[in-house]
Design a protein around this ligand. Sequence first.
Ligand code: FE
Length: 213
Amino acid sequence: MSFEAFNKLSYGLHIISSVRGGRAVGCVVNTMGQVTSSPLQLSVTIHKDNETTKAILESGKFTGVVLGQNASMELIGRFGFQSSAEIDKFEGYSWTVDCNGISYINEQTVARFSCTVKKTLDIGTHIIFVGEVDESELLDAATPSMTYQYYHLVKKGLTPPKASSYRPAEEKEEKKVTGWRCKICGYIYEGETLPPDYICPICKKGADVFEKL
Ligand code: FE
């Protein structure tokens, strides 16, 4: 098996949001794409354990936004490495409610698609949702979309365990540095001693989740 072959697949980076029990929830995925033009349909694949998956199954609605190249690691960390079950991911960011009553992030994003679920397919660890687009919107014409390659190469981002493209081998490819690694998001603190009150800048977890490299 060549894992380098899998690295040649290209993706975008998106935030998928929905609503559960009146709460706005969402997560980062690299699995949204257009599947038909008539009708306009998108598919998105999300891990079954995600709060967002449960919300989409209950509400039958999801909204996908395309992250711009200007998206910060803080925004990606918030939606990609934390759980909607524990925090309000939208707090502190600019958001709007769409035609389906779903909240979406409207900063650092370049396009928005509001969808009603037409098909779901259980593929084991993940569920594929196919949604018909009820409304689409160009949010930022000037900024390029964040590709997965840009995220990895320029932003030095990691792939969380619940992502479709996750593979444990990725950890072994990291450069040798002296420091501590966050076991939640992979952020590396460079230095011999980790301050006991240190908070991970990406996933906001404490020093107790860091391991010595
Ligand atoms: Fe972290």
